[in-house]
Design a protein. Structure first.
Length: 159
C-alpha cells in the first residue's frame, strides 16, 4: 500500500472523505463540513497530509500538525480517515505508521492524540499495538452526533 503526499488534484476526494467522518459524528471533534475553499485552506495548513489512493479514489488520509506551540512545539497531533467500505484492510495501520515516520522526519519528538473516543475500539487497539500509551480518561469529553457524551482517551508515543 502506497501512501503519498497529497496534491491539489486530491482535494475534492479528501474533502469528501473528511466530511463523511465528520458526519458520522463519533471520531472527529469537528462539526462543520469542509467546502472547496475551506478544505483547501485546512489541508494546506497541515505539516503533512498523506493519502492512500485506489483506482482514482482516496480511501484513506491523515493530517499531521503541531499539537502546541513554543516549548511544546515538538509534540505533534494527527487525525486519520478511512473510507467506511475500506475499513478492516489495515489502511489505518499504514497511515499511522507513515505518519509517525513523517513526524520524525519533520523533527517532532512525540505524537499525541488528544481525543480518542472510548468506543472507537478499533483505533484504540491499533494505537496500543503500535506502542501508544493511554494517558487516562476524560469523562464525557466528546459529544456524539446524537447529543450523548462519551469518554475520551488521550494517547501518546515517543517518536
Amino acid at each position: 500500500m502506497k501512501i503519498r503526499k497529497y496534491t491539489e488534484n486530491d482535494l475534492s476526494k479528501m474533502i469528501a472523505l473528511w466530511n463523511a467522518v465528520v458526519r458520522e459524528g463519533n471520531a472527529f471533534p469537528q462539526e462543520d463540513q469542509l467546502d472547496a475553499r475551506s478544505g483547501a485552506k485546512f489541508f494546506a495548513a497541515q505539516s503533512r497530509c498523506g493519502v492512500v489512493e485506489e483506482d482514482g479514489r482516496i480511501v484513506g488520509l491523515y493530517i499531521l500538525h503541531p499539537n502546541n506551540v513554543g516549548r511544546c512545539g515538538h509534540i505533534c497531533n494527527a487525525s486519520y480517515a478511512v473510507a467506511d467500505d475500506c475499513r478492516g484492510r489495515h489502511i489505518g495501520e499504514a497511515l499511522v505508521t507513515d505518519c509517525m515516520e513523517q513526524g520524525r522526519a519533520l523533527g517532532f519528538r512525540v505524537l499525541q492524540f488528544n481525543a480518542v473516543v472510548a468506543s472507537n475500539v478499533h483505533a484504540r487497539h491499533l494505537y496500543e499495538r503500535l506502542g501508544f500509551v493511554q494517558l487516562g480518561v476524560i469523562p464525557g469529553g466528546f459529544r456524539l452526533a446524537d447529543g450523548r457524551y462519551e469518554d475520551i482517551c488521550p494517547y501518546y508515543k515517543v517518536l
